[in-house]
Design a protein around this ligand. Structure first.
Ligand SMILES: *[C@@H]1O[C@H](CO)[C@@H](O)[C@H](O)[C@H]1NC(C)=O
Ligand SMILES: *[C@@H]1O[C@H](CO)[C@@H](O)[C@H](O)[C@H]1NC(C)=O
Ligand SMILES: *[C@@H]1O[C@H](CO)[C@@H](O)[C@H](O)[C@H]1NC(C)=O
Ligand SMILES: *[C@@H]1O[C@H](CO)[C@@H](O)[C@H](O)[C@H]1NC(C)=O
Ligand SMILES: *[C@@H]1O[C@H](CO)[C@@H](O)[C@H](O)[C@H]1NC(C)=O
Ligand SMILES: *[C@@H]1O[C@H](CO)[C@@H](O)[C@H](O)[C@H]1NC(C)=O
Ligand SMILES: *[C@@H]1O[C@H](CO)[C@@H](O)[C@H](O)[C@H]1NC(C)=O
Ligand SMILES: *[C@@H]1O[C@H](CO)[C@@H](O)[C@H](O)[C@H]1NC(C)=O
Ligand SMILES: *[C@@H]1O[C@H](CO)[C@@H](O)[C@H](O)[C@H]1NC(C)=O
Length: 888
């Protein structure tokens, strides 16, 4: 299928080329007429690069998606040579920031004279520099991996000195030149390791030229495949010295072109298949290049040239003979650009997809000596002759033949669109292709952009097209990609979606479609709105069997520590938010596996941190989807058993045991006091001990709430403080009022105060907490003098009012605040619950006691009335009896 496809495009291209030739000539004439007029249109952009090192001259340029790379070199007297130092300038396309690589390494003489060095930008922001060097009599190709600061990370022997080094999205390959037998060895290397820059050989093998006895190999060429593999072309020519003369058989194929494919992670290339053959006795066939054709949304086009065909026409048109070489490049937005360079000018013009002249041309004048094209932004640039340390670039945008989405011609649109600010809880994203597609093996992944632009992004989720997670809409063109809840969990962050080339294939031809490179489809999240608070939570996860046995082989605390480190990276949170008590247990339902407990510590600052509940949910999702998240790419987190949920547990004993102890001790003290008090003086109002305890506990809880919890809900801070202070002020005023009036009007109270001035004033202060405390003073507790303050009925009435007022200015508002607090936090722990409970108890206590007292009093009064009435009735009866007595 695939080969057939290439065959079709190739033949189609060959026909393009023959049509090019005539177009070519006419355009050439026009170009030569205007040769001197160098047209700089208004949208041309000039850019000046200043080289800091004197004497360095531009050697060549190279463009990647993100960078313009300028290779500078010291010239040797011999123009074929350069001095043995490597200088590369890497300019970021967007920021303009420049990295200067001045390699502290002296390249061997044979690499620089004649120049036999080259470089490739490889993955993870490394450069592969390779050069010829003879060791032990063997002329080999040596490579070194350097980073963008010019640090040499690693070195590697690549193989025979002749041949190509080519980049793939799966590392890079060195393909040696075919030997006499037509065998070319290849070695496929990994991308450099992110941290160390080490490369390793993945696999190796050989390409074999098709075994045709009477043909000889003229040329070979390799090209990249969309799925990361390589194609290898052979041009074979009939050799009359080996076979019978061509004249004998007019149907003999004089030229043949074969292609062989090497797929990713295979050792054997496909058997060479015939791509093109002709009986024409052409002098030579030149293959310009093979390029992915973006504008057809699929497949490859090999820009091949039957040079003799072109030359025949050149003979007719003499001007073309002045141009020994021309360059032809496929353009991103359709069509081709044809570029000529001679000693005095660089001219170019455009062809459409069918090779028709687009009547669109341009030129760089004699002051320009170098050109290159920026494929993705459809731009050609020229570089002016260097003036001292100054290099001037002139960028000319080229017309777009087709309107193509920002991504590539295979993709019509995406949702959410580029740079959109998204809802972090978005459920899916979609890609709409221009043609019907089928899901395939390539991955779609989402990364969070790293602050350090040299570091790779943080993987959020990844799965392949055929993983059953994605699905295609009814139009067969829209792919729906689910998003995990944990994916966009960081606020104010940027993410990008990376779609591999093989993610979908065309329905019609099973051809892989081009994906979306990193940093193109970026999405971002809003800055954090202050999150709801949630207290620390504890979660329990299960290790799989392998993990459980590793856990037992290892020092547990180290295991926990490593696990926390990896979790912190994956979630991502700071390590301080996670802790482990070191607790573990066997899973009762699956005895070979262990359960580990982790604490997620509450956030200190909700404007910048995720709350613990969100972190818990994120871990939960990450575990559930382990196979598709970064958890499975880490040594320890990959040992988690994703079939068991991450469950929240409450470690009550650990979390709350200080409170429980205080509670138990407090209760014991109250009971002891009560019993003692009853023993001492059974007639006293001993229940004030319990009342006072209630009050004390209530104030302690209120204080604990203010000190520890209310900061979690800033909007409740002011009401809480108001309804904490206001009752104190009211109670205090009432207490002072009672105290002063008692002092003035009650001589026995006056006497009591004089007897114990410190204690009595302290009691007044305490009664600011709750006026009921004054009750204690008159309770006769333990029969002590201090508790025998003689209070007047008026004071008791004021105290009763105080109690009622405090229900409305203290207890009820506090219960409402607790309700609001409950609503605005996610996890609700012991302190607020206790505040709520104690508030409720205090109200109940007040209401019950007061109603009891009121009831008592009411009863008392009724009894009095009854008594009075009885007395009245009695008197009436006596009157009657007196009367009857009188009547009788
Ligand atoms: C050449 O010049 C003529 C007139 O000066 C102009 O019409 C034509 O477009 C120019 N061609 C190019 C390729 O600039
Ligand atoms: C280079 O091309 C220009 C026009 O494109 C022409 O005028 C000039 O004569 C050519 N120079 C050489 C040396 O061929
Ligand atoms: C170059 O490297 C050598 C050792 O490899 C070191 O002695 C020398 O100082 C380096 N030069 C510079 C300019 O860094
Ligand atoms: C290159 O490597 C060196 C040493 O490992 C390191 O200090 C430097 O930051 C790296 N530069 C870049 C751009 O990564
Ligand atoms: C044919 O073209 C190839 C590649 O362009 C070149 O290496 C070879 O020398 C040419 N052969 C002849 C006879 O021109
Ligand atoms: C997709 O990702 C998985 C996991 O990272 C990897 O094993 C697999 O090779 C990737 N598939 C392709 C086609 O790159
Ligand atoms: C989608 O593809 C299926 C087969 O793969 C086909 O039966 C169906 O008609 C297609 N639908 C559209 C709208 O093209
Ligand atoms: C969001 O991030 C940007 C850049 O990372 C930073 O300048 C800005 O202060 C952040 N905003 C908030 C509210 O955190
Ligand atoms: C485990 O490691 C910790 C520190 O990393 C150490 O203090 C402890 O003694 C080790 N325990 C065992 C049993 O080796």
């Amino acid at each position: 299928m695939f080969n057939l496809k290439v065959l079709i495009t190739f033949i189609c291209l060959i026909s393009i080329v023959s049509s090019v030739s005539s177009q070519y000539i006419s355009s050439r004439n026009i170009l030569s007429q205007n040769a001197s007029s160098q047209d700089i249109s208004p949208q041309d952009i000039s850019f000046i690069y200043k080289e800091p090192i004197d004497g360095l001259k531009l050697y060549t340029t190279l463009l990647t998606h993100d960078y313009l790379m300028i290779w500078m070199a010291f010239e040797d007297e011999d123009p074929e040579c350069m001095l043995p130092y490597f200088h590369l300038r890497i300019i970021n396309k967007i920021t303009g920031q420049t990295n200067y690589i001045d390699l502290n390494y002296t390249l061997p003489a044979e690499a620089v004279c004649p120049i036999n060095i080259d470089f490739l930008p490889v993955a993870n922001n490394y450069i592969l520099l390779y050069y010829a060097k003879t060791t032990n009599g063997i002329k080999g190709k040596h490579g070194m991996i350097i980073n963008y600061s010019g640090e040499i990370m690693s070195e590697i022997y690549l193989g025979n000195a002749d041949g190509y080094v080519a980049l793939s999205n799966e590392g890079f390959i060195n393909i040696e030149k075919p030997d006499e037998k037509g065998i070319s060895a290849w070695h496929w290397y990994s991308s450099p390791n992110i941290e160390t820059g080490e490369v390793v050989e993945h696999n190796s093998g050989e390409f074999h030229v098709p075994n045709l006895p009477s043909y000889t190999l003229v040329d070979s060429l390799n090209f990249n495949l969309l799925d990361g593999g390589f194609g290898f072309l052979y041009i074979l020519k009939y050799d009359e010295t080996k076979g019978s003369p061509v004249t004998k058989d007019p149907n003999l194929q004089y030229w043949r072109i074969y292609v062989s494919f090497l797929k990713v992670k295979t050792d054997l290339p496909t058997k060479p298949s015939l791509l093109y053959e002709t009986t024409q006795k052409l002098n030579n066939i030149t293959l310009k290049s093979c390029t992915l054709t973006y504008y057809h949304a699929e497949g490859y086009i090999c820009l091949g040239f039957l040079s003799t065909g072109a030359l025949i026409r050149l003979e007719i048109i003499p001007t073309l003979t002045n141009i020994p070489n021309f360059d032809l490049r496929a353009l991103y937005y359709g069509g081709f650009i044809v570029i000529y360079q001679n000693a005095t000018a660089i001219d170019f013009y455009l062809l459409d997809d069918n090779g028709n002249d687009m009547q669109s041309r341009g030129s760089f004048g004699p002051e320009f000596f170098h050109y290159n094209t920026f494929r993705l932004i459809n731009t050609i640039f020229g570089v002016k002759e260097q003036a001292k340390n100054k290099l001037e670039f002139l960028f000319k945008p080229l017309p777009k033949l087709k309107q193509v989405s920002e991504f590539n011609p295979a993709i019509e649109s995406v949702k959410p669109s580029i740079n959109e600010v998204i809802d972090p809880l978005i459920k899916e994203i979609t890609i709409k292709y221009t043609i019907p597609v089928k899901l395939f093996t390539g991955n779609v992944s989402i990364f969070q952009l790293n602050d350090d632009k040299y570091k790779p992004g943080l993987l959020r989720q990844t799965f392949s097209g055929d993983s059953k997670l994605c699905n295609i809409g009814s139009d067969n063109r829209t792919v729906h990609i689910p998003i995990f809840e944990s994916t966009f969990n960081q606020q104010n962050s940027t993410y990008y979606v990376l779609v591999e080339n093989n993610f979908v294939i065309s329905q019609e031809r099973d051809e892989p479609l081009i994906g979306i490179r990193k940093n193109i489809w970026t999405l971002s999240t809003k800055p954090l709105k202050t999150a709801q608070h949630s207290d620390s939570v504890t979660g329990l996860l299960r290790l799989n069997e392998e993990g459980s046995s590793k856990f037992f082989q290892m020092n547990h605390s180290i295991f926990f520590k490593n696990m926390i480190q990896e979790f912190a990276k994956v979630i991502p949170v700071t390590e301080q938010r996670l802790s482990a008590s070191g607790k573990w247990q066997y899973d009762p339902t699956s005895p070979k596996k262990v359960l580990l407990s982790f604490n997620i510590i509450e956030a200190k600052d909700h404007t910048i941190e995720l709350n613990s509940q969100i972190i818990f949910d994120d871990i939960s999702t990450l575990i559930k989807k382990k196979g598709f998240t970064a958890l499975s790419f880490n040594e320890y987190t990959s040992l988690i058993d994703e079939s068991a949920p991450f469950t929240m547990t409450r470690d009550y004993i650990n979390e709350f045991y200080p409170l429980i102890i205080i509670f138990v001790v407090g209760l014991a003290v109250i009971i002891v006091l009560y019993v003692l008090a009853r023993r001492k003086n059974p007639n006293a109002r001993n229940s004030v001990i319990i009342e006072t305890c209630f009050i004390m506990q209530d104030i302690a809880m209120d204080l604990a709430f203010i000190l520890l919890k209310v900061k979690n809900t800033p909007h409740l801070f002011i009401p809480t403080i108001i309804f904490f202070i206001l009752p104190i002020v009211i109670n205090f005023l009432l207490a002072i009022n009672i105290f002063v009036s008692e002092m003035a009007m009650n001589p026995s109270f006056n006497k009591w105060v004089k007897e114990s001035p410190t204690l009595s004033s302290m009691c007044t202060l305490f009664s600011a907490i709750d006026i009921q405390i004054l009750n204690t003073l008159s309770s006769d507790l333990f029969g002590l003098k201090i508790f025998s303050a003689p209070l007047t009925q008026r004071s008791k009435k004021i105290m009763l009012w105080g109690v009622f007022i405090s229900i409305f200015v203290e207890d009820i508002p506090q219960i409402i605040i607790q309700g609001l607090y409950y609503n605005s936090v996610i996890t609700y722990d012991l302190i607020p619950s206790l505040v709520l409970a104690s508030g409720g108890l205090v109200i109940a206590n007040k209401l019950v006691l007061r109603s009891y007292h009121t009831l008592l009093r009411w009863n008392h009064r009724r009894d009095k009335i009854r008594e009075y009435n009885r007395n009245r009735r009695l008197s009436a009866a006596s009157i009657r009896s007196i009367r009857s007595n009188v009547e009788n």
